[in-house]
Design a protein around this ligand. Structure first.
Ligand code: ZN
Length: 130
């Protein structure tokens, strides 16, 4: 259990709900705003057009994926708020600094674990090609 006071809990809950609304809007827009590139490019596109269009679609898709991932983190944080686990690092269980929670309400790790997590992720990505 954390010593989250009700004022902070209220602020964080509001911020998380705002983010959820914003992310929902982004995701919906990117889903409804997409049409098959072939309908923009015409009936007989050459291979060059196709690869550019594929590249653009991949980029759009990854932005959408980021929004979906972030939305999942926001939902997780709201869940932790309900269960009383909010504000604790998911890795080490230490209380996360209030400043950090206010800046990034969906954060799930303390600064130290987040840095370790990102370092692991970066080196895992770089090392996997060897
Ligand atoms: Zn930690």
């Amino acid at each position: 259990m954390t010593t989250l006071n009700s004022e902070l809990e209220h602020a964080v809950s509001g911020a998380l709900h705002d983010r959820l609304t914003e992310l929902d809007r982004q995701i919906t827009e990117s889903e409804t705003g997409q049409e098959p590139w072939t309908s923009r490019a015409g009936e007989a596109p050459d291979a060059g057009d196709a690869s550019v269009a594929d590249h653009l679609q991949t980029k759009e898709r990854s932005l959408e994926q980021q929004a979906v991932d972030q939305r999942n983190r926001v939902i997780d944080a709201l869940q932790r708020l309900k269960t009383g686990d909010y504000g604790e690092c998911v890795d080490c269980g230490t209380e996360i600094l209030v400043d950090r929670l206010q800046a990034q309400p969906e954060v799930e790790r303390c600064l130290r674990c987040q840095q370790a997590f990102e370092a692991n992720h970066a080196s895992a990505g770089a090392g996997s090609s060897l």
